[in-house]
Design a protein around this ligand. Structure first.
Ligand SMILES: [Zn+2]
Length: 143
């Protein structure tokens, strides 16, 4: 019990860390950046296939931004370079994710959500081409 207490409150400090606002920013960045893997793992286990949910990319942006801010404060070139350009693929993946989501098709026969490139509904076989194609998130015609 003493060892645990010493680990938690070593030298009168939580986890032996000299806490400051910058340490909190850095550790919150670490927590967010690391815990995105649990979100991705959970989504993958739930669907029983490899899935990268949009929350993973949002947490990547927030976590790496906080770590970049911490690195800039510390003027640590290793940390700065590690998180300086990550946002490019994160933002690009979010754009692709939301474009794909917006382009999904809605089957008029069985109301299934079908992938953008599908010509037929994967559930009922209804043809999805041409006039029957209805995009989700699209403004209704004439109204
Ligand atoms: Zn259908």
């Amino acid at each position: 019990m003493d060892a645990l207490w010493h680990f938690l409150w070593g030298d009168g400090r939580l986890l032996g860390i000299q806490w400051s606002l910058w340490k909190v920013i850095g550790w919150v960045g670490n927590l967010v950046f690391f815990s995105r893997f649990f979100i991705q793992w959970y989504a993958t286990e739930k669907r029983k296939q490899v899935v990268v949910p949009s929350a993973f990319w949002w947490m990547s942006i927030v976590g790496s931004l906080l770590l970049l801010i911490y690195g800039l404060y510390r003027r640590d070139s290793v940390i700065i370079f590690s998180y300086l350009f990550n946002w490019i693929p994160y933002i690009r993946n979010l754009i692709i994710h939301y474009r794909h989501k917006a382009a999904r098709q809605f089957c008029p026969a069985c109301e299934a959500v079908c992938i953008p490139a599908a010509h037929y509904c994967h559930l009922c076989g209804q043809r999805l081409d041409g006039a029957e194609r209805v995009f989700l998130n699209a403004a209704p015609a004439g109204g």
